[in-house]
Design a protein around this ligand. Structure first.
Ligand code: ZN
Ligand code: ZN
Length: 179
């Protein structure tokens, strides 16, 4: 049996790269595309840009009909959103990178990475909101803190008194024994 091929030379950049850097191609002898992922991605970006540039007017015209949106800028934006799907790639509307479909959640126009970033920012916003809430409702927050503390204080006080009582009884027993 032949040993499994682990690396492959890219016909684009000429570099030897692991097979995981190549997409599968059933039509090829070795089952891989001739060029590596990053080369193909670059080509696709170039191709998309060129296609958009040369067919701009037509595409906008088409989009106009399809979406019947009168505002041209709006159409351009709409077109960008929908027409960026090229084979298995989608352009992220946030970072503008062309990424494989599995880097996107279904129906999303932003990649998972950008989504995560957005969530992180959102988290921060929430934290800030809480801070703001505290600043604006200081008295209320303080009041409930005080209640919570005083309840704990009561518990602590009870434990202290019980301990004192224990000591008292213990000492008295001692004293009685002494007497
Ligand atoms: Zn390459
Ligand atoms: Zn992105």
């Amino acid at each position: 049996m032949m040993e499994e091929i682990k690396v492959c030379i890219c016909k684009g950049c000429g570099e030897e790269k692991p097979v995981t850097d190549f997409w599968n191609d059933k039509n090829k002898k070795n089952g891989l595309r001739g060029k590596c992922k990053s080369c193909l991605k670059k080509e696709m970006v170039k191709g998309r840009k060129k296609y958009y540039q040369t067919h701009k007017e037509k595409l906008i015209e088409k989009a106009k009909k399809r979406y019947s949106i009168k505002n041209e800028n709006k159409i351009k934006r709409e077109y960008k959103k929908r027409a960026t799907l090229i084979r298995d790639f989608l352009k992220c509307n946030k970072c503008n990178l062309l990424k494989p479909l599995d880097e996107f959640n279904k129906g999303a126009y932003e990649c998972k990475e950008c989504r995560k970033k957005r969530y992180r920012i959102r988290k921060k916003e929430i934290a800030e909101k809480q801070k703001k809430y505290y600043a604006e409702h200081k008295e209320q927050v303080k009041e409930s803190m005080k209640k919570w503390r005083s309840k704990n204080y009561e518990d602590a006080e009870m434990r202290r008194q019980t301990r004192e009582l224990d000591e008292f009884i213990f000492n008295r027993e001692d004293n009685e024994l002494d007497a």
